[in-house]
Unconditional design. Structure first.
Length: 349
């Protein structure tokens, strides 16, 4: 009898299980660096375990967040500079969690590509681990998906999932009131939003990713635009502990215009003094290159402020000290007022 089997394997279809196993072994040391109280079991199982009591919680409420990095990935892929894109991924999730008053506890990632390149994938996951260390969050699991035919050569996608907790009754925003002081924390550049427009503006400029950066001498344009999203977790939790923080707004897609009102109750708006801080030069270059109006800048980018807090006036000194002790550049930018939306004084510059 003739054996008609063709002998095809999973590897023949483009999926290398051994490469996936090699990646897991490569990233285990990075994951171990992120261990914190509460971690019971991490990489290698069908699921990861976390003990809330061991983490110090008595009556916890869980908070979950998920996000990606958007088309900033395109710059990382095109330049081959993938070492910090994982920090962006973590930051986009944990900075959202802390706006609810939650302490991030653990993180899981999803990495998908057409052909698994172990070295590049390990650099990406090591960046994720770096972001977890910076936000006191354990990397306890994830998924690596090799999907031939779904992604072009060298392309990949990332998603992240973070879980945090706070004690019951500590949820933010809470008690936001007219007269609360608005405090902004400096961003680290564009962070991870608006990159479809950024890429279009770079195309309009005629510059390549390897061109000298127009606003920061000594580095390339690609390097400047890949500056990782700032992690605000440690500073934000210290400010909350100081007392008087009524709300935090992570300034992501939609900019100050869209994100600040999300943490204000009905009937209250914000008055923001645009002269209170200097517009970072990256945004000035983007605005000039695209002929962008101030309103579009404020509705698209963070414009130099990655997080905004609403603080009770009597606690401003203590909160500011806590933020600065945690390494933040802090600027008082306005106040909560009666009304709706965001009103402005002055102009960006």
């Amino acid at each position: 009898m003739t054996d008609k089997r063709n002998g095809l394997t999973y590897a023949d279809a483009g999926v290398d299980i051994d490469a996936g196993n090699d990646l897991v072994e490569r990233i285990k040391p990075a994951a171990r660096r992120t261990n914190r109280p509460g971690v019971m079991a991490g990489l290698g199982g069908f699921g990861a375990l976390f003990d809330l009591k061991a983490a110090g919680f008595r009556d916890p409420v869980l908070v979950a967040a998920t996000d990606g990095v958007g088309t900033k990935l395109r710059i990382a892929i095109d330049t081959g500079n993938v070492d910090t894109i994982g920090i962006d991924l973590v930051a986009m999730c944990v900075n959202d969690l802390v706006c609810q008053g939650a302490e991030p506890l653990f993180f899981l990632d999803y990495f998908a590509t057409g052909k698994l390149e172990t070295e590049a994938a390990a650099r990406i996951v090591e960046g994720i681990a770096e972001g977890c260390v910076g936000s006191r969050c354990a990397l306890i699991g994830g998924e690596t998906a090799e999907m031939p035919g779904m992604y072009a050569k060298g392309d990949f996608d990332l998603a992240g999932f973070a879980v945090g907790a706070m004690e019951r009754g500590a949820t933010l925003p809470a008690d936001v009131a007219e007269g609360d002081v608005l405090v902004g924390l400096a961003s680290n550049g564009v962070h991870s939003n608006g990159y479809s427009l950024v890429r279009k503006l770079v195309e309009v400029s005629g510059l390549g990713w390897d061109a000298d950066c127009p606003w920061t001498p000594g580095i390339t344009l690609g390097e400047a635009l890949l500056a990782p999203t700032r992690l605000y977790v440690t500073a934000a939790l210290a400010a909350i502990e100081a007392g008087g923080v009524h709300a935090l707004a992570h300034i992501t897609g939609g900019g100050i215009t869209e994100n600040l009102p999300r943490v204000l109750p009905d009937g209250l708006g914000a008055l923001v003094d645009l002269d209170a801080w200097d517009l970072p030069p990256v945004f000035g270059w983007l605005a000039e290159t695209g002929g962008m109006e101030q309103a579009d800048l404020l509705k698209t980018f963070n414009c130099g402020l990655g997080m905004i807090l609403a603080v009770a006036p009597g606690r401003l000194t203590a909160v500011r000290a806590a933020l600065e002790d945690a390494g933040e550049t802090v600027v008082q930018i306005g106040r909560v007022q009666a009304g709706e939306g965001v009103s402005h004084l002055g102009s960006l510059g």
